[in-house]
Design a protein around this ligand. Structure first.
Ligand code: GCW
Length: 687
């Protein structure tokens, strides 16, 4: 497990002769890396190509041979260096930052990046093709959809409390911190992660929890941050840091953290300069402010924009970005107030601030208005920020989605958000085009994901969960990629070329979202889990009667949040006109969001013709039945891969099948008791 697990999808397993027959002779014999300096991404590109070809094809290639022999070669280069040495790239090859050009149709294979990172991405692309026995000869030019493609780790310096050392991390303890307040001595996992991230074109990683601990920025930990950055750099991965808003007070010795105070401004300027002295290519900061008890500018009656700009100004001379999280809401809300609604918070806090942010601020918005639920409409804030760059925040770590103990392939959920048409000003405006900046003519957009890999030998705690990390990078580069195609690539790279394995993984993965939604929370009611602590397992009673605002408003007659404008919280009204109208009425609200937007009797008839309560009962049975097929589906591939990975996956799938029955019965019986309405099929017991 260790070796395969840590390499993830970069195994470079040897291809069978039947795939390589007649192909090896025409392979170039040497690798040229133009102007590669030590520890540069270009140097990495050369060695990675050498390693990959050795693994996949069994060929030994020399890098930058001294002889000027005339044999065929791989040329790995930046566009500028290539131009100097060989002349212009062909017409029509237009590259933007991180993009690359790959030419496999001639005797020499050209892998040319707009920059060094792009060249490295080109090598990974080429190796990914070879590993899948794709020897096609063509010309390929690709550029990223957005420049910000960042992983976020929620790693803590200290391992204590209920969360372990990574908040909402299910893949073991931190690879960065020792759990006792320090950066680890042994950082050998860092380059291995850098390699995986780089291979899917993720260009930065935030290395500490957004609930930030400023002691990371003191003493020897500053050296530690520098060591981490130095280990990621050869992979073209920059680091970012989460900042604690009250640091001027807690570590700066000031009696205030007011963002307009001169001393506070000097504190952040000096600290930022110190970071850049050590890490000249620092990507920037992430800030969670005035959220869930975190300090922020509102403490001093300053706006969130004033808070964000404080950091932005310090970062600006160094070219750094300030990712400011839109996850701001009142977690002590009044649940007896029919009109209170956490889903309204983002637009309430940020809507009016549009245009008030400095130009190196990016507002980072979770995909839905609440919190990584199994089904949410897109955050309405995406329709409001016309003059502000935005990034979407996704989760690879499955916080509400089974915590890697349940299989949940996320791209179909992500795509449902990216592909939603907001109808801004009555015009086509897909969320992905809002993110990229196309809709509002913005220059910079972003995709971020909370990844939370840990020391576990599989990184995420489960082999199959790695498809989500892989897919996140692929989609951040090209958000219209097909979920199944991404998955098939990943499966071939991870488990080899067996059709059987590919069919099994695809079947289970593509059923995994509907199954999980069916047995955990239907019709937009959210994941009915324990929302107070673990976010795991069924606990529908925990949603209501507390300030967290993940309410269902279930009583003995009716259920759902009334988010209409005519009678409820008017969250529907935060969407652009056409969409607002659609969500305002039950007639035009899709079934899967019915209870998100409407409070209705259990007997309410859905578009499907079923009542809400019967839908609950049936869906929970269907979901559990689907999960019950997973172990059988996986059994079909026994013997087609190593036993260790086979058993590891099987164990998780069997557990999921069992736990889905726990979910089914807990939720069904809860609503059977509450509503008093029997299951038409007579399955659900009354207590
Ligand atoms: O979903 C909540 C999580 C917190 C997390 C927070 C956030 C890092 O329960 O653990 O804190 O979201 O996104 O800031």
């Amino acid at each position: 497990v260790a070796e395969d697990g840590l390499n993830g999808w970069l195994r470079y397993a040897r291809l069978d002769d039947c795939h390589t027959k007649g192909k090896l002779d025409s392979m170039p014999k040497t690798i040229i890396t133009l102007n590669a300096t030590k520890d540069s991404p270009l140097e990495t590109a050369g060695t990675e190509l050498q390693t990959g070809i050795n693994g996949i094809l069994g060929l030994d290639l020399e890098i930058n041979p001294q002889t000027s022999d005339k044999s065929t070669k791989f040329v790995i280069s930046t566009a500028d260096a290539y131009k100097e040495e060989y002349g212009d790239l062909p017409e029509g090859v237009d590259l933007i930052d991180d993009g690359f050009y790959l030419n496999t149709k001639d005797a020499d294979v050209l892998i040319i990046g707009s920059n060094q990172r792009g060249a490295l991405y080109g090598v990974f692309e080429y190796l990914s093709r070879l590993a899948q026995a794709d020897f096609s000869k063509d010309v390929y030019v690709t550029n990223p959809e957005v420049p910000v493609r960042w992983a976020n780790q929620w790693d803590n310096l200290w391992a204590n409390g209920t969360h372990g050392s990574i908040e909402r991390g299910y893949g073991g303890v931190s690879i960065f911190y020792d759990g006792f307040g320090h950066v680890r001595e042994d950082l050998s996992r860092v380059p291995l992660l850098g390699r995986l991230l780089s291979s899917v074109r993720i260009n930065a990683i935030v290395i500490n929890n957004v609930n930030a601990d400023a002691s990371l920025f003191q003493g020897t930990n500053l050296d530690g941050i520098q060591r981490i950055a130095d280990l990621f750099r050869p992979w073209g991965v920059q680091i970012g840091l989460s900042q604690y808003f009250a640091s001027p007070q807690t570590i700066g010795g000031l009696d205030t953290f007011d963002p307009l105070d001169e001393g506070v401004i000097t504190f952040w300027t000096d600290l930022t300069n110190e970071f850049y002295r050590r890490v000249p290519d620092l990507a920037g900061f992430v800030v969670k402010a005035n959220s869930e008890g975190q300090p922020g500018p509102i403490t001093y009656n300053r706006t969130l924009a004033e808070g964000a700009n404080l950091f932005a100004k310090a970062l600006k001379p160094h070219g750094g970005l300030l990712m400011f999280r839109a996850f701001v809401y009142n977690h002590l809300a009044d649940w007896e107030d029919w009109h209170a609604d956490r889903a309204n918070a983002q637009v309430e806090f940020f809507g009016e601030l549009d245009g008030k942010f400095d130009d190196n601020v990016v507002v980072q918005i979770k995909y839905g208005p609440i919190d990584f639920q199994v089904r949410e409409p897109v955050s309405p804030l995406f329709g409001h920020l016309r003059n502000t760059d935005v990034a979407i925040e996704l989760q690879v770590t499955q916080e509400y989605l089974g915590q890697q103990c349940h299989l949940f392939y996320l791209p179909p959920l992500w795509r449902s958000i990216f592909d939603f048409d907001m109808r801004v000003d009555g015009k086509e405006s897909y969320v992905r085009d809002i993110i990229s900046g196309k809709v509002f003519n913005r220059k910079r957009g972003g995709y971020t994901a909370v990844t939370n890999v840990g020391m576990n030998a599989t990184w995420l705690g489960s082999h199959l969960a790695m498809s989500n990390l892989y897919a996140f990078g692929r989609l951040a580069w090209e958000p219209t990629l097909d979920s199944v195609e991404i998955l098939e690539d990943w499966t071939r790279l991870t488990f080899g070329l067996s059709r059987g394995i590919r069919d099994a993984v695809t079947e289970m993965s593509m059923l995994s979202w509907p199954a999980y939604e069916n047995y955990t929370g239907n019709l937009g009611i959210q994941t009915l889990t324990d929302i107070l602590y673990t976010h795991y397992g069924p606990k529908p009673a925990s949603q209501d009667n507390n300030g967290w605002g993940q309410w269902t408003r279930a009583n003995s007659e009716s259920i759902g949040m009334d988010r209409t404008c005519w009678n409820g919280t008017c969250n529907a009204g935060q969407y652009p006109g056409e969409v607002a109208q659609r969500f305002e009425n039950t007639d035009t609200t899709p079934d899967d969001l019915m209870l998100w937007f409407h409070h209705v009797p259990y007997s309410f008839k859905l578009h499907s013709g079923k009542s809400v309560i019967q839908h609950f009962y049936d869906a929970h049975y269907e979901g559990a039945e689907t999960a019950a097929t997973f172990p059988d589906t996986w059994e079909k591939v026994r013997g087609k891969l190593d036993d260790e990975r086979f058993e590891h996956v099987l164990h998780r799938l069997k557990y999921q099948a069992g736990h889905s029955i726990v979910w089914r019965d807990a939720i069904n019986e809860f609503y059977r008791n509450l509503s008093g309405i029997p299951d038409e099929a007579g399955r659900v017991r009354n207590h």
